[in-house]
Write a protein that binds this ligand. Structure first.
Ligand SMILES: *[C@@H]1O[C@H](CO)[C@@H](O)[C@H](O)[C@H]1NC(C)=O
Ligand SMILES: *[C@@H]1O[C@H](CO)[C@@H](O)[C@H](O)[C@H]1NC(C)=O
Ligand SMILES: *[C@@H]1O[C@H](CO)[C@@H](O)[C@H](O)[C@H]1NC(C)=O
Length: 503
């Protein structure tokens, strides 16, 4: 009897939590993982619907595989559209369209997937108490889940940059005069012409969501639930949101009170290095330099010309040990590998950045990599490829902790000069240490903050009062374009009547 009672008490504290990591990009999953596992450790029953899964999931965490997501992204017409080394030359308009299209393609893939169907076929009365999902996938897939598991409290999350990207979900503002659009490569202090363009990109993105993304998401949703309401209605389930932002290390943007900044959520205390790496970096007397282009753009697809330039630059800096995350073996290299270069298909980036011998990080400037570099106080050379990577590196350059190069056309000597400058002038390391100290000085870790807010929502499932009313307003009204049109109309009318009186 007592045992049953104890068991019941245990169950009543444990919540059923569903996480969805539907964006087929490892960094999107890795960012959410510490939170998934921590909720499991706290005794909650965690279900993870994801394109990335674990071979050995921890206790209390069950994975359901979105098994066709990577093949949809890399083996369809999307493939030609996502050449990561070519994206830097694409227009913001095209990229914004691609973002929306990408979410819809994945939603169509999800409907065909065994993973989603397995979840949708759970017993009719199965209840999730909380649902968290990556908003970069758009409204379609989350709406399917929220329509199936009625009235589940929802926490949209994003490892991506820019609270303004989430403007429609969270009611925040895209502040066009102040902050460059997330895919627009300009400095924070924009010229007039740049601000005109930025205004246009922000408006285009907003209107695209209304005229393309939501109607298309509605259409796909209704192929499986014909009587489902519009995907715009799922906003009513939003309680709070987790944004990968920290104002110390990013552009300052207005944030609504339900946006909980958890910038650097993925950063864990460093673990011991694998034996081969430990030997190499411990022996690096003058320090080592880590080179990695992240998890989407593979270094082995850079092409022989760029690879030759990179290796030649490394060879001309023999005083430093280089580690290069290179996904194929040496036979794919066009020239023999220099003595001071160690290549490996995968690098424990966070653990290497925490090593005392590291001097410099050469990166694609993804947000997670940028945060990890700053957290560990390692200066940066950025080769931004697409999307928010431009603003990440632009911010770091302006803050005096980085230099920027172009992957499309760079010469070996540019890389050599950049390395020599950053390591030769102490100002970069000094400034980086200061920014790092400010980033780390927080009342609790980003993970603890996220956990606290998850449990706050579980304790208060009815708490919809933090949400801004702006999510239910059309952009025309939210930004006062209706008022401006009226004022302009009155002014024109007055001018016209006064003119006709004079005549
Ligand atoms: C799993 O959840 C139970 C309660 O449901 C809890 O007692 C236990 O500590 C959790 N296990 C782990 C390994 O976190
Ligand atoms: C815990 O989650 C798993 C995976 O979703 C599910 O199969 C199981 O029924 C859940 N347990 C309870 C007690 O709800
Ligand atoms: C990828 O496409 C090729 C041909 O276009 C096809 O043979 C192969 O089965 C596809 N692979 C996956 C995983 O869908």
């Amino acid at each position: 009897m007592l045992l049953i009672l104890i068991a019941l008490v245990g169950v009543s504290h444990a919540a059923n939590i569903l996480f969805m990591s539907g964006v087929p990009s490892p960094s999107h999953y890795i960012w959410q993982r510490p939170l998934m596992w921590e909720m499991g450790k706290r005794g909650h029953n965690v279900t993870v619907l994801s394109a990335d899964i674990e071979k050995q999931p921890p206790t209390n965490v069950t994975y359901i595989h979105l098994e066709n997501f990577y093949s949809t992204m890399y083996n369809t017409s999307m493939r030609e559209k996502v050449d990561f080394f070519d994206m830097a030359s694409q227009s913001p308009i095209k990229l914004l369209g691609l973002f929306d299209e990408f979410g819809m393609n994945l939603c169509e893939a999800a409907i065909e997937s065994e993973g989603l169907n397995f979840l949708l076929n759970y017993p009719k009365d199965f209840k999730f108490d909380l649902f968290l999902s990556d908003i970069m996938i758009g409204p379609c897939l989350p709406s399917i889940i929220m329509h199936r598991f009625k009235d589940v409290s929802y926490i949209p999350v994003t490892p991506y940059n820019a609270p303004s990207t989430a403007a429609s979900v969270l009611g925040s503002y895209a502040y066009s005069g102040l902050v460059p659009n997330h895919v627009y490569d300009v400095p924070e202090v924009m010229s007039f012409v740049q601000r005109v363009k930025n205004f246009y990109y922000d408006a285009y993105e907003m209107i695209l969501h209304e005229v393309y993304m939501h109607p298309e998401a509605d259409r796909i949703l209704r192929t499986i639930y014909p009587s489902a309401p519009s995907t715009t209605t799922f906003y009513k389930n939003v309680r709070v949101s987790f944004i990968n932002a920290n104002p110390i290390i990013q552009y300052k943007e207005p944030m609504m009170p339900n946006m909980i900044p958890v910038g650097g959520l993925q950063i864990q205390p460093p673990k011991p290095l694998p034996e081969d790496l430990r030997k190499v970096v411990d022996a690096a007397q003058n320090g080592f330099i880590l080179f990695s282009l992240g998890s989407n753009a593979r270094s082995d697809l850079l092409g022989p010309e760029r690879i030759r330039n990179i290796l030649s630059a490394m060879e001309r800096l023999p005083q430093y040990q280089f580690l290069w995350k290179f996904e194929s073996d040496e036979s794919k290299l066009p020239v023999p590998i220099p003595k001071n270069v160690y290549i490996r298909a995968w690098m424990p980036q966070n653990d290497l950045l925490a090593h005392p011998n590291i001097k410099l990080f050469i990166t694609h400037s993804g947000l997670l990599s940028t945060q990890e570099a700053i957290w560990h106080g390692v200066p940066v050379i950025g080769f931004p490829l697409f999307a928010d990577q431009f603003r990440n590196i632009n911010y770091c350059v302006e803050a005096g902790i980085a230099k920027r190069l172009t992957i499309q056309h760079f010469k070996a000597n540019e890389l050599v000069d950049a390395v020599k400058e950053i390591l030769g002038e102490p100002k970069y390391a000094t400034k980086m240490k200061q920014v790092s100290r400010l980033f780390r000085d927080q009342p609790e870790t980003p993970l603890e903050r996220a956990v606290w807010w998850c449990e706050w929502v579980l304790r208060n499932p009815d708490a919809d009062l933090l949400q801004s009313r702006a999510v239910h307003l059309s952009w025309f009204r939210k930004y006062s374009y209706d008022v401006l049109s009226f004022v302009l109309g009155v002014a024109v009318l007055l001018l016209a009547t006064s003119k006709s009186k004079i005549e």
